[in-house]
Design a protein around this ligand. Structure first.
Ligand code: AHR
Length: 552
């Protein structure tokens, strides 16, 4: 049975045939405590499918044991790629997949991953010496890269799931010419270059036409420890006169770590001195939510919490950090606009998600692997809603990472596979893609909690709406752990004819899907009996909801 915590007279009905459905009725006896106003006449911009992007790095169990099982595996696969993952991901219409890293990208030689698999070199993986390894990690492909999954396999995977590939170039340890030849290998017409001949011998005569290219990764850190000025010079060298084979390439600059506005301002200023901003399509921003210490520490290890066992303060601290993405987007956007006055360059939220301490990974070879609860679902929903509300600024975004690492959509080990609550949010929210984001004002009493002994709050309801023809989609997260929020939903400038939807929550906020119980946390259908007047719906505590509203 669904636990709804319905406030006022919004009514939860349940009987045998309604077991998986939540009903809410208008009108009600008492005033709602929350309000949502959807201004159908105020379009923000089109929601880019690329906002529904993913990230695949050669790290721990992401590629080997996660995505790639090999052609000879007993695990059902398509050319070595885990079939269950392809089928599930495809259903969510993924816009983009970023590969091969991450920090790994700046140590990767793409030539190691092409040609006959038996002849490919084995290399020491960038993450081999990672301090984060849980104790006693075994040797294996996560430490010694066998290069069995390379450029062709990645691009086949993108084709299988219908996503655009986004390849991160190695700027730290290879030369610009190596990058040009990678572009040549992927994009030069059949029969035109040695690169295209090698590609054809491997089985792909026609070019892959990769459009999105990242120019390094975290160049302020693992990508070379550059100053913004040094990185600007490298960026220029890498992007000047790259052969484009008739396709406009979309270069993404290695942007700031969270709120580092200095990195953005100095890079843009330096690049502009040589009038070199024209080649840049996107500016990458990385933002992880990890510090649940309530301000007691800023230490990268001490500040992290457990993926599953958390208290109320840790719940709110993590979600409050995720909510900061809105300020980061606005602040970096404003700084970019000081130089890029017409705002031609988009923000790419290149890596985002929750980062917990080790301990909940499905297997000890899964470096940075972690479990996922309804807290992660709320984090995913509020982040995606934020991207929609800034659809004119955010051109792409990649949750970190796709499988077996950080805030994953999937957890897999050998022949076992499950989808996480985060997956369900991507599935629910994919309805927004390509639609016009509509200005939506959400107001509710804040959720109150105790932060390091002091009273603190965070916004409870958060959301976004989008419109295509007569179909309006509203998604809402309720971050309040204890209280349902009954909202009066007003659709300005249109008449509502019907409302239905989906909602995900959990009877225990620590509940998670396991290989033994893979459907413990999943969405349930909701039906709203629409009468005259506003829609009234009670958003359950710790929940993510999508309402499909049909207009007259
Ligand atoms: O996603 C894990 C790592 O986090 C990536 O490799 C790096 O870019 C970031 O610091």
């Amino acid at each position: 049975m669904v636990s709804a915590g319905v406030a006022g007279a919004a009514l939860l009905l349940a009987n045998k045939s309604f077991e998986r459905k939540l009903f809410a009725f208008a009108p009600r006896a008492v005033a709602s405590d929350s309000h949502i106003e959807i201004l159908t006449g105020e379009a923000i911009g089109a929601i880019a499918p690329e906002i529904y992007g993913h990230f695949v790095e050669h790290l721990g169990g992401v590629v080997y044991d996660g995505l790639w099982v090999g052609e000879k595996s007993k695990v059902p696969n398509i050319g070595g790629i885990r079939k269950a993952l392809v089928d599930a991901l495809k259903k969510t219409s993924p816009g983009l997949v970023r590969w091969p890293g991450g920090c790994f990208a700046d140590s990767y030689n793409w030539r190691d991953g092409i040609g006959p698999k038996a002849q490919r070199p084995r290399r020491t993986n960038f993450w081999h010496d990672a301090a984060e390894w849980p104790t006693g990690s075994p040797d294996g492909p996560w430490k010694y890269e066998p290069n069995q999954f390379g450029t062709d396999d990645f691009l086949h995977f993108c084709n299988l799931v219908g996503a655009q590939p986004y390849i991160a170039a190695n700027l730290r340890s290879l030369n610009a010419n190596d990058f040009y030849e990678w572009v040549e290998y992927c994009n030069s017409p059949a029969g035109s270059t040695t690169g295209s001949d090698i590609r054809a011998t491997a089985g792909d005569r026609e070019p892959f036409n990769v459009q999105y290219w990242g120019i390094g990764n975290e160049s302020w850190g693992c990508g070379g420890n550059f100053t913004p000025e040094e990185y600007a010079a490298e960026y220029r060298r890498f992007t000047a006169w790259v052969p484009n084979y008739g396709k406009r390439l979309a270069f993404v600059g290695s942007g700031p770590n969270g709120g580092d506005l200095d990195w953005t301002r100095r890079f843009f200023t330096k690049l502009n001195e040589r009038r070199a901003l024209g080649s840049m399509w996107g500016w990458a921003l990385h933002h992880y939510s990890w510090n649940v210490s309530g301000g007691r520490t800023t230490d990268w290890r001490q500040g992290k919490g457990d993926a599953v066992n958390y208290n109320d303060e840790e719940w709110y601290e993590l979600l409050n950090q995720a909510d900061q993405i809105e300020t980061l987007i606005t602040n970096h956007w404003n700084v970019m606009g000081e130089i890029d006055r017409s705002h031609r360059i988009k923000l790419v939220v290149d890596e985002w998600g929750a980062w917990y301490k080790p301990g909940s990974e499905a297997n000890n070879s899964h470096l940075l692997g972690q479990q996922a609860t309804i807290r992660d679902a709320v984090l995913a929903g509020l982040s995606l809603d934020t991207f929609h509300r800034h659809a004119e600024k955010v051109g792409a975004a990649n949750i970190a990472q796709l499988v077996n690492c950080l805030q994953s959509l999937f957890i897999a080990h050998e022949d076992q596979f499950l989808v996480t609550p985060t997956y369900h949010v991507f599935d629910m929210y994919s309805a927004h893609q390509k639609r016009s984001a509509i200005r939506t004002i959400v107001s509710s009493p804040p959720a109150a909690y105790t932060r390091n002994g002091q009273p603190a709050t965070m916004r409870a309801l958060n959301g976004s709406a989008s419109l295509k023809d007569r179909q309006l989609t509203l998604t809402v997260t309720n971050a309040d752990l204890k209280n349902a929020r009954e909202a009066e939903i007003l659709v300005r400038g249109a008449t509502v004819t019907s409302v239905k939807g989906l909602s995900i929550t959990a009877d225990d906020v620590h509940a998670h899907n396991t290989f033994q119980d893979p459907r413990r946390v999943e969405p349930k259908a909701i039906t709203i009996a629409q009468r005259n007047g506003p829609i009234v719906f009670s958003f359950r505590p710790a929940s993510v909801t999508r309402l499909d509203i049909t207009l007259a």
